[in-house]
Design a binder for this molecule. Structure first.
Ligand code: ZN
Length: 61
């Protein structure tokens, strides 16, 4: 179990997402639960730590 840094509730680690929280131009790694993700998704101070480091795959869709 991991604690959500936003709502402070405990959740299984597998459903947690790592998000970047920008505070005073510094980046903090936070664990965010799914319900908080849907809220923080619209918050410009939060960014998903995702996909940017992965090579882009140009598969035909
Ligand atoms: Zn939460």
């Amino acid at each position: 179990m991991k604690k959500c840094n936003s709502c402070s509730k405990q959740f299984p680690e597998i459903i947690m997402k790592t998000m970047i929280h920008i505070i005073d131009r510094k980046a903090y790694i936070e664990n965010i639960c799914p319900s908080c993700q849907s809220i923080l998704h619209n918050n410009p101070n939060y960014y998903y730590l995702a996909d940017e480091n992965k090579p882009k795959q140009n598969k035909p869709s």
